[in-house]
Write a protein that binds this ligand. Structure first.
Ligand code: PLP
Length: 384
């Protein structure tokens, strides 16, 4: 059996046809028909929910990280500002805050979703206002491993304090909360098409925008902030963040199998629930409520004993599975525990540190079939 990876890119077969079109028509540039069509596919995808949201616009960009950065710029985040960010996440959620000269304020997770704890969020907002005399400029909740956050509660708090929300849905492509696509609740939403995400453009991302005007402004910043003059006139600092017409061709192909990908990841999760769920001391992380529809980008488990921890033997457990040809990985190390963010304010409750210590990501991608799952389950049991 081949090595089993967490999540490998998987092509529909149509990608090369769109790339060929780009070459045939000489659109080998960071704009063109594939970019427009991919954006239109993405807009249809995010607006198709049962909810009232039908008017989101999408801009295709070079990376999810670029999308977070531009989202912050659109929300006016600047030097000296504070931005509240979920601590339990990948560094790319927080780093763009620092690009803007602002300070991330980390908020811990709640155990049901692994995502931002709404109660702690409100405590953090109150405390920042008390300590700095200023409201945080934005809130960045994350959809970790695809799991919907408690977004209704987060949005209610955000509205009450009038702080805009930038959703990091990089891992939550196709996840839904009460039928509405994750990434469409806040002012802006972020998608990622990196090689290991739900769909890929080899590398890329997108920003979900509230309207056409915001989309135009995002495109302006993403293409070097060139003013409408006959010569190159610049009044703002811009970026080279647009997606290329080649990458967008891959994206168009991927959109033809996006729903299939999501269904497969969900099926893999169900398999783990059935086959690992009965084992004492192992919990397969699952949506805590029926209104949360996770894409299960990565299925994760956590150990309840105190042996399988980072401080204990979790890393040698990972090595043993790797020797057996199975790629697994600890959960994200929380940002407030990262050396680079040791001075950032943090509101913690122990949840993300505990999950980081005892959690494991399991192979979940398009190439993981029933035979592989049975082998993974057998190997986990053998090494317990
Ligand atoms: C992957 C990821 C990003 C960044 O996306 P890129 O396209 O790799 O830049 C941001 N946030 C989270 C939570 C991610 O997993």
């Amino acid at each position: 059996m081949d090595r089993i990876y967490l999540c490998l890119a998987h092509m529909s077969g149509k990608e090369q046809q769109y790339i060929q079109e780009a070459f045939d028509t000489n659109w080998v540039v960071p704009l063109g028909p594939n970019v427009n069509a991919f954006e239109s596919d993405l807009a249809t995808f995010v607006n198709c929910s049962d909810s009232a949201v039908k008017t989101k616009e999408v801009v295709a960009l070079s990376a999810g990280t670029a999308a977070i950065h531009l989202g912050l710029i659109m929300l006016g985040v600047d030097k000296g500002d504070e931005v509240i960010c979920q601590s339990f996440t990948f560094a790319a959620s927080a780093n763009p805050v620092v690009y803007q000269g602002a300070t991330p304020v980390f908020v811990d997770s709640e155990v049901g979703t692994y995502n931002m704890d709404p109660q702690l969020l409100e405590e953090a907002i109150k405390d920042r206002i008390a300590k700095t005399g200023k409201k945080p400029k934005a809130i960045i909740p994350v959809y970790l491993y695809g799991m919907p956050a408690r977004i209704d509660e987060i949005m209610e708090i955000a509205h009450r304090y009038e702080i805009p929300v930038l959703e990091d849905a990089a891992e939550g492509f196709g996840s839904r909360y009460k039928g509405q696509v994750c990434g469409t609740f806040g002012e802006y939403g972020v998608m990622s098409f990196n090689g290991n995400k739900m769909i890929t453009t080899s590398g890329g991302g997108a920003l979900i925008c509230p309207n056409e005007e915001a989309k135009k402004r995002v495109m302006f910043y993403a293409t070097q902030a060139r003013e409408p003059f006959p010569y190159y006139q610049h009044e703002k600092i811009g970026y080279n963040y647009r997606m290329s017409n080649i990458c967008a061709g891959i994206g168009r192909g991927q959109m033809t199998v996006a729903d299939e990908h999501v269904k497969h990841h969900q099926w893999v999760h169900q398999q783990y629930v059935e086959k690992l769920g009965g084992i004492d001391g192992i919990i397969v992380h699952s949506a805590p409520a029926s209104e949360m529809e996770s894409n299960y980008w990565l299925s994760t488990i956590r150990f309840e004993d105190d042996k399988h921890t980072i401080e204990g033997n979790l890393l040698s457990f990972i090595d043993a599975l790797s020797t057996a040809g199975i790629e697994t990985r600890p959960l994200w190390k929380p940002m407030h525990a990262q050396p680079v963010y040791k001075d950032a304010p943090a509101y913690t409750n122990g949840v993300s540190e505990r999950m980081f210590s005892c959690g494991l990501c399991l192979p979940s991608g398009p190439y993981v079939k029933e035979e592989e799952i049975d082998y993974i389950v057998k190997s986990i049991k053998a090494h317990l």
